[in-house]
Design a protein around this ligand. Sequence first.
Ligand SMILES: [Ca+2]
Ligand SMILES: [Ca+2]
Ligand SMILES: [Ca+2]
Ligand SMILES: [Ca+2]
Length: 324
Amino acid sequence: MSSSPLTMKLLSVCLILVLMVVVYCSAIPKPGDKRVHETKLSDLPHDDDNEHNEDYDHEAFLGKDDAQDFDDLSPEESKERLAIIVDKIDVNKDGKVTETELKEWIQFIQRRYIVTDTERMWKEHDLEEDKLHWKSYMKRTYGYEDSPDSVDSPTFSYKDTIDRDHRRWEAADTDKDMKLSKDEFVHFLHPEDSDHMRDVVVQETIEDIDKDKDGYISLDEYIRDMYPNENGEEEPDWVKSERTQFEQYRDINKDGKMDNEEVKNWIVPPDYDHSDAEANHLIYEADSDKDGDLSKDEILEHYDLFVGSQATDFGEALTRHDEF
Ligand SMILES: [Ca+2]
Ligand SMILES: [Ca+2]
Ligand SMILES: [Ca+2]
Ligand SMILES: [Ca+2]
């Protein structure tokens, strides 16, 4: 495997849980639970023990909400709706989907997700003159607006998480009026997509993994974070390959640990574009005649790569119906 961040497996699994708690439910998060690892197209891990996760592709291609809708359709219905989407992706209407068209579509889906997610969260907060005050955020998220600094404060037990939120808040508050506009709130919720939030994201990652608090991520800390191995079992191959990853690619200056710059390279690699990688992957998988583009027939033939259906997500669809 290459050093692509998509191979981060368990880290991404942790992130799903974290985002479910923090972003969607807005429930009170457990201290230290919130971490952003990378700019991703889905909260799901892309590769899981070398098995490709098709839900990741579906969410990258459709967005989370639509991807779930497709999972309830019959294969025929899924294909019908996919055919309509293909016409939208094929912007110049030449009957072929090029890699560029596919990449732009994936980016559009990603932006749409961020906008709707922000709108949803924004509505949940009490605003004053269309700005979110830190105290309202505290009250909505932690139940109280009291500062966590005193032992008697009802928010004291969340001090670490609140301090972390506050640091992220200050980074997102670009005009420094201590309130967040909706645009600033986007960066607070999705810091992984903004250049000016990168340092905060890097800091959050280091703090989570750096158990001995020396400011660096050692090989041991890196591995323990992905694979705690409390029973002292023999490491599976993917963990061994993560060790090699660390030694060969993550620890650039070979001093046995990752510093700020090295962590930044890991979680926000300068030369890595997720939408590019995903478009490339989808074309590679579905381009039967190997001409570099996807015809509608090629896409429909590989429909389960792009969208789900009852046939591909049968178990999952059942689980979801149980909720109603
Ligand atoms: Ca502001
Ligand atoms: Ca350390
Ligand atoms: Ca190093
Ligand atoms: Ca083709």
